[in-house]
Write a protein that binds this ligand. Structure first.
Ligand code: C2O
Length: 550
């Protein structure tokens, strides 16, 4: 076991993309941010010093944070933000996880520029459950706005409308050659023939699920959200914001000088506007026995991959159903077989009446909102975890989160008739070790749209998914309780549902939300409070002394 020390200075830095230069919030002046590399079992200590004129907090997305909930990072859930001139040390141990995750800012829309990979190698002398790759390459997808993203979201929240869409998608911060004024800003992966590369794919985009493919190459999926999966081959994969996927890329035996495009573009089903552009990088074969010149001649015919249609929901559902846990002796699946608490949450968009003396530019002059069981989450002004730990929940949160929709309706019908969204900071309290089954039902109140749901502090098993309304009498008989995929972010299908299971064995306050930042800004989020167990290793440890104050 090692301790890995990182120092993250949050500061502004000028970055130019698509011929637009803007000052963005960065870690150490880098965009995307630095990568964190550790081994399973290591302690990671990141000292964050905030030199920017923005409140900041960082989240280590997918890290379980066993007993270390104070290091999780979502602003006003586990900590108050780190204010200008202040610092905070995130200190956590990586237990039982190996693979790819990522870190990102978890306040407002700052994660549009504050993000980077987390690479967790297996313990020393523990091999991968697949052949050792020749090289490992992180590829992190993001979104780029020519304008300031904080202005984009605050304008949307004030007018009640949807925010302006991004100007480009990026691979490792680079939009690539299919955009104007971006030919040189392309991610280039130089490969040797006949080798196996491990691509660590991360979707850090704010609001879009992405299809990804490499022309003329097959990818073997081996891991999702830092959990190994049963390997399978695919030419195209789908990755939602918050998800990570490791794939093996086997290069062709003999292709001197060949160049192929790697491309990603959105999967989208909603009614709203979105960025319908394609980011591309170059897969460039090295010439045998000579080093490659850095000039890539874009006049050469580049092979482009074919990606599914924008709204290809059947591809999306089919792809996610292929993911299965390894579920072997070394990496067993521990799916809860008996359930203590069952929950049914509707998740979706809606609109609220426009507040008096305001003009709203949402649908029909209303204001966009989003809710779970008709509760639109209001961010508190102090951290929920602090309020819980010190027994001061009064005025911070209430424990009356509804376990099921109070007025059931035809969730996926047309026209849906659901109304009456209320606002609140409501949490669901779980005793230690509760085994939970949660069905998340998408609604089509403003048109069906998929929602990549992320749970902090846990992985969960996706035991079932389907389209239409979930049927509690019929659907559970088809649940996979043997080898369902285990992950921290899963898409609630457009016009459908997913069923997940997890065991509440990690005390703390854990955020759960749609990983589309725009939906999150509209309230598509809630929190669980998991109580301490009796044993010392079942208790949340006390807060660090430098925990930021609100
Ligand atoms: Cu990656 Cu709460 O987020």
């Amino acid at each position: 076991q090692m301790t890995r020390h990182y120092k993250f200075n949050i500061r502004l830095h000028n970055v130019t993309r698509l011929c637009h230069t803007k000052s963005i919030v960065t870690v150490n002046g880098r965009f995307p941010g630095p990568k964190i590399v550790a081994r399973e079992g290591d302690r990671v200590i990141v000292k964050v010093v905030n030199h920017a004129q923005y409140n900041v907090s960082l989240h280590w997305h997918g890290i379980r944070q066993l007993q270390s909930g104070w290091a999780d990072g979502p602003a006003y859930i586990t900590q108050c933000p780190i204010q200008t001139g202040q610092s905070y040390i995130y200190n956590f141990t990586i237990i039982g996880q190996r693979g790819t995750l990522f870190w990102h800012a978890h306040i407002s829309w700052l994660r549009s520029t504050l993000y980077g990979p987390i690479i967790i190698l297996p313990k020393h002398n523990v091999p991968y459950p697949f052949a050792k790759p020749y090289k490992e390459v992180p590829m992190i997808f993001g979104e780029w706005w020519n304008t300031d993203t904080e202005a984009v979201i605050s304008q949307a929240l004030q007018t009640g409308a949807g925010p302006n869409v991004s100007d480009a998608y990026t691979i490792n911060g680079l939009p690539g050659p299919l955009y104007n004024c971006s030919t040189k800003d392309a991610f280039k992966l130089r490969v040797k023939p006949g080798k196996t590369y491990l691509l660590r794919l991360i979707n850090a985009a704010l609001n879009d699920e992405l299809f990804f493919s490499i022309a003329n190459h097959t990818l073997t999926v081996v891991e999702a959200d830092a959990i190994y999966v049963k390997p399978f081959d695919t030419n195209i994969l789908l990755i939602t914001p918050g998800q990570t996927t490791n794939v093996l890329l086997k290069t062709k035996p003999n292709l001197p000088n060949a160049t192929f495009l790697m491309a990603a573009r959105p999967y989208a089903t909603g009614l709203g506007t979105f960025d319908n552009t394609t980011t591309a990088g170059l897969l460039k074969y090295k010439q045998p026995n000579s080093s490659l010149s850095s000039n890539i001649n874009l006049n050469l015919p580049l092979l482009r991959p074919t990606l599914p249609a924008l709204n290809d929901t059947s591809f999306a559902a089919n792809f996610s159903s292929k993911l299965r846990s390894l579920a072997n002796a070394q990496f067993p699946a521990t799916v809860p077989q008996s359930i203590d608490r069952r929950f049914f949450f509707t998740v979706g968009l809606g609109s609220n009446p426009c507040p008096k003396n305001q003009t709203c530019q949402g649908p029909n002059g209303t204001k966009f909102t989003a809710s779970i069981n008709n509760v639109s989450f209001i961010q508190p002004t102090t951290a929920i975890l602090q309020a819980h730990y010190f027994g001061q929940s009064n005025g911070v949160y209430t424990t009356n989160f509804p376990n099921y929709p109070l007025i059931p309706f035809n969730y996926t019908g047309t026209p849906p008739n659901n109304t009456g969204v209320t606002n609140g900071t409501k949490v669901e309290v779980l005793p230690f070790n509760t085994s939970v089954e949660l069905v998340m039902q998408g609604t089509s109140i403003l048109g069906a749209e998929s929602h990549p749901f992320h749970l902090h502090g846990y992985n969960f098993y996706v035991v079932g998914q389907g389209f239409g309304n979930y049927d509690p009498n019929k659907d559970p008989s088809n649940f996979n309780l043997i080898d369902p995929v285990e992950r921290n972010t899963a898409g609630v299908p457009s016009g459908g549902w997913i069923a997940i299971r997890f065991r509440a064995d990690n005390p703390g306050a854990w955020f759960m939300h749609c990983h589309f930042d725009v939906h999150m800004s509209w309230g598509l989020k809630m929190a669980w409070i998991v109580l301490d167990g009796k044993l010392p290793n079942q208790k949340l440890l006390p807060p660090p002394s430098d925990l930021p104050k609100c």
